[in-house]
Design a protein around this ligand. Structure first.
Ligand code: NHR
Ligand code: GAR
Length: 213
């Protein structure tokens, strides 16, 4: 069994998509949040999963908070740590500690629109396509090596909410897919580059093909 810890800050729909996928060989051993009121925590708790909230406002600074968070995560001995709508930038020390086993999903076609308010910025820029990217987390924000992406159109009448909903639907496909690859031992980070061995991608929307060796 590969042990997975998921970090959320809010709704937790990506977490739910990963749970619903019932990935063979994967055990979601805990869901942690920096926000005690995150809906995702309650959802996980209702499914019998261990949950823990560490409120970042109770800690002196980012480094101290991240050190405490890392300790609690290590207590669950995870093979993989999954950021699913986790909204705190992670310090270098945290990222280095979990290097190669730390994934994030970002709601844009990286390297376009890193950081916050991605949908608003895509619409303002007049982008004709948008999407989502799963990437390994590196110390620098949203520039880690990309694992899988999905593309959606930006339609003339889109506002932030309508675009976010179209992107989110694709997130719920590609994040479980990336986690499945990892659990199957196909997805690795080798010298800072993503390798996906012998993978097939389900046909729906437009999703990046797996990388060959
Ligand atoms: N940490 C590192 N080091 N590298 C990444 O690539 C990270 C990361 C932590 C989170 C997710 C992320 C995203 O996909 C993520 C990627 C939060 C912020 C942010 O500015 C930016 C990007 C992401 C998550 N957070 C504010 C902060 O001061 C707080 C905002 C809030 O609480 O609402 O941490 O886009
Ligand atoms: C998702 O769209 C995710 O890509 C995005 O927040 C949403 C979380 O939804 N993440 C970020 O913006 C990270 N900065 P969820 O809580 O329902 O999974």
């Amino acid at each position: 069994m590969k042990r997975i810890v998921i970090l959320v800050s809010g709704r937790g729909s990506n977490m739910e998509a990963i749970l619903r996928a019932r990935i063979p060989g994967a055990a979601i051993v805990a869901v942690l949040s920096n926000r005690p009121d995150a809906a995702g925590l309650a959802t996980a708790h209702a499914q019998g999963i261990a949950t823990l909230a560490l409120d970042h406002r109770d800690f002196a600074d980012r480094e101290v908070f991240d050190a405490a968070l890392a300790e609690r995560i290590e207590g669950f001995t995870p093979d993989l740590v999954v950021l699913a709508g986790y909204m705190r930038i992670l310090s270098d020390a945290f990222v280095r500690r979990f290097e190669g086993r730390l994934l994030n999903i970002h709601p844009s076609l990286l390297p376009a629109f890193p950081g916050l308010h991605t949908h608003r910025r895509a619409i303002e820029a007049g982008a004709r396509v948008a999407g989502s990217s799963v990437h390994f987390v590196t110390p620098e924000l949203d520039v880690g090596p990309i694992v899988i992406q999905a593309v959606v159109p930006v339609l003339p009448d889109d506002d932030e909410a309508s675009l976010a909903a179209r992107v989110l639907e694709q997130e719920h496909r590609i994040y479980p897919q990336a986690v499945r690859w990892f659990v199957e031992g196909r997805l690795t980070l080798v010298e800072g580059r993503v390798r996906v061995r012998d993978a097939t991608v389900p046909a729906a929307g437009w999703t990046s093909p797996p990388l060959e060796d």
